[in-house]
Design a binder for this molecule. Structure first.
Ligand SMILES: *Cc1c(COP(=O)(O)O)cnc(C)c1O
Length: 426
């Protein structure tokens, strides 16, 4: 197709997802995406978690159309707008108040990375310290501060030596690491001869998305909370990917009962992919001076309109029980795969609707993702060696479509892995 050469000729080499999936996508609804030839794909990627309510959810779409028809104000910097006012009220009433979270809302530039930058910057400013603790396999975004906290060598490539101010600790489960490693670090950091600079903040994902669907236990998170307090450091939870009901509850850390000092939210706040980011700041740490973390697109009113509707969905009991139903379907399927293909699959990983399969051989995972695309299923891999197939369907995916997608994935695993490991396809 002639138009395809536009991308090769006119767009930067940096593009990525389109290399495996060169289709020209045109329309999308719910968990379905159609290309220019009219092929329908089931979306098990959900814009990396930015489409938790699927593509063009009808209620949000209607609210956006109404807003535009009425000439609702568009970008408004951080002026007061009716759209933002409604969102703030709704987020307070449905998310913060029921969880007794006293946090203030800071709207940052509309990306996860900018939200992480704001969190790191505020921690350093507030404490007057520089060092941030971050974990193995962490992903926090691609801008300088966020990238320094990120673990992946592939992401850091080209900037080694410029990404400093970080102490790296093993995430729970990394080479069997657990609470013991946290305790040893805490002892070193509080030892006058431990050689660790004072810590400004600890940044953590309660469930690592890009890093391989690694789930921190409640006990580990609780210990981390205590250590941050003891060290006089802020605890930042990066809930950019795992937040907005992806794990079944609005926040991924809720299950552990911890209260972070700062929480980063972005990808799915608007539910349907409109850019927006929100840093939740415990009141005593809100020591910004006006304008100290400004950003042109902090007032994306369309995102506020969508997010107001989305938050209503994420906290609606029927919607929440729908997530459990789908998580149970996924869980059962994952266990089935682990027992059906023990030579190919190591284990199942993740929690709620962010779960997947770890393959023994990363090339096998890559081949499954490629084979699934041929069966019109959009799916990606994650983890340090891209060895984990990540099932990331919209949280409200039609259960029949969900089961059908999982069947296609099963068939793909069977055809791809069986010959590689000398198994007879069942
Ligand atoms: C995607 C992601 C980010 C970065 O968000 P961008 O919008 O891509 O800048 C940060 N943290 C986590 C956990 C993410 O998954």
């Amino acid at each position: 197709m002639d138009q395809m050469s536009n991308f090769d000729d006119l767009e930067s080499q940096v593009r990525y997802y389109c290399r495996q999936t060169p289709n020209m996508f045109v329309t999308a609804r719910g968990a379905s995406v159609w290309d220019a030839q009219g092929n329908e794909f089931t979306d098990f990627l959900s814009g990396c978690g930015s489409l938790n309510l699927g593509h063009n959810p009808p209620g949000i779409k209607a609210a956006l159309i109404r807003y535009l028809e009425a000439d609702g104000i568009g970008n408004a910097l951080d002026f007061h707008t009716a759209a933002k006012c409604k969102f703030i009220q709704c987020f307070h009433d449905h998310v913060l108040a029921p969880r007794k979270l006293p946090h203030l809302m800071q709207f940052t530039g509309p990306t996860g990375a900018n939200c992480v930058e704001a969190a790191i910057k505020l921690s350093r400013k507030h404490t007057g310290r520089r060092t941030i603790v971050a974990f193995t396999n962490a992903f926090h975004g691609m801008s300088m501060g966020a990238l320094s906290a990120t673990g992946s060598r592939k992401a850091r490539r080209g900037l080694e030596g410029h990404l400093d101010g970080i102490v790296r600790l093993p995430f729970e489960g990394y080479r069997e690491a657990g609470i013991g490693e946290l305790e040893r670090f805490a002892a070193m950091a509080s030892d006058p001869s431990g050689g660790i600079d004072p810590i400004a903040a600890i940044i953590v994902e309660a469930v690592q998305g890009e890093g391989g669907l690694n789930v921190a236990s409640d006990a580990w998170l609780q210990r981390l909370r205590r250590i941050a307090t003891d060290l006089g450091a802020l605890l930042i939870v990066d809930d950019v990917q795992a937040g907005c009901a992806r794990t079944g509850r609005f926040f991924s850390f809720e299950r552990s009962g911890i209260v972070p000092d700062l929480v980063c939210l972005s990808k799915s706040i608007s539910g349907m992919g409109l850019p927006m980011a929100l840093l939740l700041v415990a009141p005593k740490f809100d020591t910004w001076i006006p304008g100290e973390h400004s950003g042109t697109f902090r007032g994306n009113s369309l995102a506020f309109v969508a997010a107001t509707k989305a938050v209503g969905h994420f906290t609606d009991p029927d919607f929440v029980s729908g997530i459990s139903i789908r998580s149970a379907i996924l869980d059962r399927w994952l266990l089935e795969m682990v027992s059906a293909f023990p030579q190919a699959i190591d284990r199942h990983k993740g929690i709620g609707m962010m779960a997947g399969l770890e393959f023994k051989d990363p090339t096998c995972a890559a081949a499954v993702a490629a084979g699934a695309r041929e069966r019109r299923l959009l799916i990606e891999t994650c983890g340090p060696d891209d060895q984990v197939i990540k099932v990331f369907a919209p949280l409200n995916i039609d259960v029949v479509q969900f089961a059908d997608g999982l069947r296609r994935l099963h068939a793909t695993i069977e055809t791809v892995c069986a010959p590689r490991i000398g198994m007879k396809a069942a």
